[in-house]
Structure formats: C-alpha cells, structure tokens
Design a protein. Structure first.
Length: 311
C-alpha cells in the first residue's frame, strides 16, 4: 500500500508530484505491487500458481505436524497408549527427528489408518471451532460443516474488504488532516485580523484620531478661557475709568466718615440713657426721654445699615 501524500505537499513540490502520479498511475497498484505488462502477465500467472501450490503444500505439512503434536500431547489423553506411541513416531518422522535407519525399522509398526482417523477427527474439531469464529451468527452444526469448504473464499473476501477499508481509512485520515490544517490556518488568519483590529482600535489611526480630537478640544477650551479673561479685564478697564475709580474712592472715604460720626452719636445716646437710668427723676419724663433716645438710636442704626455698616 502506497503511503498517502497531502495535496499541499504535492502542490509545493511539482517534480515530486509528477513522480508520485507516475508511480501510482503507471508503475504500482494501490496495494504497492508492481503493475506488469501484458507480455509478462502469462509468465507471472504461472509463477503465481506455482507459488500458490507450494504454499498449500507447506501449509498442509505444517498443519499435519502441528495436529500430530497436539494429538500426542494435550488432546492425546483420549487415545490408547499404543496409538499415542504411533503418533509420536509419525510426528518425529515428519519433523525430521528420526534417522533413516530408525525410520526403516519402525515402518512396519506404524498404523497409518488409525493415525489418519485421529488426525482427521482433530482437524474436523479444529475446523468447526474455526467456523464458529468466522461465522459467529451460525449455531447449527450441519450448517457450520457445510461452510467449511468456503473458508478460503470467505477469508479472501474479508481480506480484500479489510484492505479496501484500510485504503478508505487512510484517504479519510489524509482528508481530515488537510481539513484540520485548513481550519488551523483559518483560525490563524482570524486571530491575526482580531489582533490587527485591536491594535488599530487602541494604537491605530482611529485611536490617534480620537486622541488628537480630544487634545484639539482641550487646546480650544484653554484658548477660550484665556480669551474670556482678556475680555473680562478689558470690560473692567472700560467700566472703571480713572475718574470712576477716583469718585468711588471719595465716596468710600465719605462713607467711612459718616460711619464714624454715627458710631459716635450711638455711643453718646447710650451714655445719656445710662445716666437717666441711674437718676431718680420722674418716671414719665424718663420714659418719654427713653423712648426718644431709643428712636434716635434706631434711626442711627438704620442709617448705619443703609450705608452698609455693622450695628
């Protein structure tokens, strides 16, 4: 069987692809055997037939020797001792353990018919057991006996089916491998695209554009704040001219002088009220004067509040 080759390997190596196609199409069969020319076909068929006959003879001889060994050993408990001795002699002769002189001496003592029957019974039992393995769905003894001659054909059919399934499995495995490579390659391409998009989003043109726009807005805001301060300063300079500032200074001095005079009046009124409270004059006169003083004090305090001072 030729090993499968990935199609990508063939595409990457054109010369190897030509060689591989020539081998699979012209020189070799799918099982790896060599394709023969028509002129050699008859000769190959004759050689194949001779090989088959030789293999059958070798298999028969090996099967007979193995059966004799099993009869003389584990399965020989059911045979008489005389027959066991005969079986041992025959097995030794077939296995080449007897010299030529020993074989001639023992030739007349071998009871071939009895040995043949024992070997036949042993082979029959082995064939029935093998039939149960090959045809597990059959349980009838007569049916199993009838299926014994079909062993060779059935095993050959199973072998061909197994080889075909192996070829199919190898082809499917190769196809699955190619599909897996394609999937992995697609995954790699997808991951590269994801990483590239992330880089563009975080460090790429989009992020740089957004950052530049934010910086531009920050500069604009700072410039607007500076411009507003300049406008405020200009407005104050236009409103508070030197004449206005001088007048405001004079008015502030006037307010301070008025506040001092009112404070002095309030102090004198409180002193006079204290003297009235300490004297023992008529209560009505004191009340009248006291009310007048209170009104005067309240008037002074009202003037102070109006001027913005503290009582």
């Amino acid at each position: 069987m030729l090993p499968p080759v990935d199609s990508s390997v063939l595409r990457s190596n054109p010369q190897f692809e030509q060689l591989y196609n020539h081998l699979t199409a012209s020189l070799l069969n799918p099982d790896g055997s060599t394709k023969v020319k028509p002129s050699q076909k008859s000769q190959d068929n004759a050689l194949r037939e001779n090989l088959r006959v030789a293999q059958e003879k070798a298999a028969q001889s090996q099967l007979l020797r193995r059966s004799l060994g099993q009869i003389g050993g584990r399965a020989g408990a059911e045979l008489p001792d005389e027959l066991l001795e005969v079986v041992d002699v025959v097995a030794a002769g077939l296995n080449g353990r007897l010299l030529a002189e020993e074989r001639e001496l023992l030739e007349d003592d071998v009871e071939y018919l009895l040995v043949r029957d024992a070997v036949s019974a042993h082979l029959y039992d082995s064939a029935i057991r093998l039939a149960r393995i090959i045809y597990p769905e059959e349980s009838n003894l007569q049916t199993l006996r009838a299926l014994i001659p079909t062993f060779s054909t059935h095993i050959s059919t199973l072998r061909q089916a197994l080889l075909a399934q192996q070829d199919t499995l190898a082809s499917n495995h190769l196809s699955l491998t190619a599909t897996s490579c394609t999937v992995l390659s697609t995954h790699g391409t997808l991951f590269e695209a994801i990483i590239r998009i992330l880089e563009q989003t975080k460090h790429g043109s989009v992020a740089r554009g957004a950052r530049s726009h934010a910086e531009h807005l920050s500069v604009v805001a700072e410039s607007m704040e500076t411009k507003l301060k300049i406008l405020e300063h200009q407005a104050l300079r236009e409103i508070y001219t030197p004449e206005v500032r001088s007048a405001l200074g004079n008015y502030e001095s006037h307010l301070q002088d008025t506040r001092r005079r009112l404070k002095e009046r309030e102090r004198k009124a409180e002193e006079e009220l204290g003297r009235y409270e300490e004297s023992g004059a008529d209560m009505k006169i004191l009340v009248a004067r006291y009310g007048g003083l209170l009104r005067e004090i309240e008037g002074v305090r009202a003037d102070i509040r109006r001027l913005g001072g503290e009582t």
